[in-house]
Design a protein around this ligand. Structure first.
Ligand SMILES: Nc1ncnc2c1ncn2[C@@H]1O[C@H](COP(=O)(O)OP(=O)(O)OP(=O)(O)O)[C@@H](O)[C@H]1O
Ligand SMILES: [Mg+2]
Length: 215
């Protein structure tokens, strides 16, 4: 088992409980769709698994790493080396070309693999776009760079929070197709938040959040 989320709870200060003893597991290379109404806690759960925030109770493990034992530096190392995130907002760095954005995290992690970067650029159809800056790319093209950037470190786990939410249907389908192909090729497990039944149906498993619990 790659990821284990065991009875994790989260309440924001002054709010009502968002997650109540949520549990789920994910095997290496597996893909899981996470659905649920707006406000059901999907992003909250992703932020906890992505070590961007800390659970109030319960336990999260990635491989043999228990999150509860990590300090800030340990969480930063986890995000740098093993868990990658793709958001609805592409979050590319405006001053850098697509090529520099693509390799940005891999460079930071000291794991820049030129052959894998070439392969990603080719598979993502970025060949002719690498010298452009984000403002000169379409939304779908920017998201393809963001997905390539996330996969460039060959993370064990990719967390994607409505990654095609800002794209039209055609771009959304092609970006999703590429993401699924590439996680399979690199053996990366995927936890994908989506509102689309059609997308959820294409992944190995699905989980639904409602009332703070996984159904
Ligand atoms: N930083 C925060 N501080 C306080 N409350 C928050 C914070 N982040 C989220 N919430 C609240 O927690 C609940 C769950 O939010 P979350 O963003 O996890 O939902 P979601 O399922 O991702 O929704 P959506 O589909 O709209 O993205 C909401 O009621 C939200 O207002
Ligand atoms: Mg959300």
């Amino acid at each position: 088992m790659l990821l284990s989320v065991d009875r994790v709870s989260k309440t924001y200060a002054g709010g009502r409980p968002v997650l109540r003893e949520v549990s789920l597991t994910l095997d290496a290379g597996q893909t899981l769709a996470l659905t649920g109404e707006s406000g059901s806690g999907k992003s909250t759960l992703l932020n906890l698994i992505g070590a961007l925030d800390v659970a109030d109770a319960g336990e999260i493990r990635l491989g043999d790493t228990a999150y509860a034992g990590l300090d800030d530096a340990g969480r930063a190392a986890l995000r740098r080396d093993r868990v990658a995130l793709v958001f609805q907002q592409f979050n590319l760095i405006p001053s850098l070309t697509a090529a520099r954005n693509l390799e940005f995290h891999a460079r930071l992690a000291g794991r820049r693999d030129a052959a894998w970067l070439d392969r990603l650029a080719e598979r993502l159809g970025l060949g002719d776009l690498l010298s452009r800056h984000p403002e000169d790319l379409s939304g779908g093209q920017q998201q393809r760079v963001a997905i390539g950037r996330a996969l460039a470190v060959r993370p064990a786990l990719l967390l994607a929070d409505e990654p095609t939410g800002n794209l039209d249907e055609t771009a959304s389908t092609s970006v999703l197709d590429l993401m699924l192909e590439l996680v399979r090729e690199s053996g990366t497990a995927l936890l994908l938040v989506t509102h689309s039944e059609a997308i959820a149906a294409r992944l190995d498993r699905r989980a639904h959040l409602a009332g703070g619990r996984i159904a």
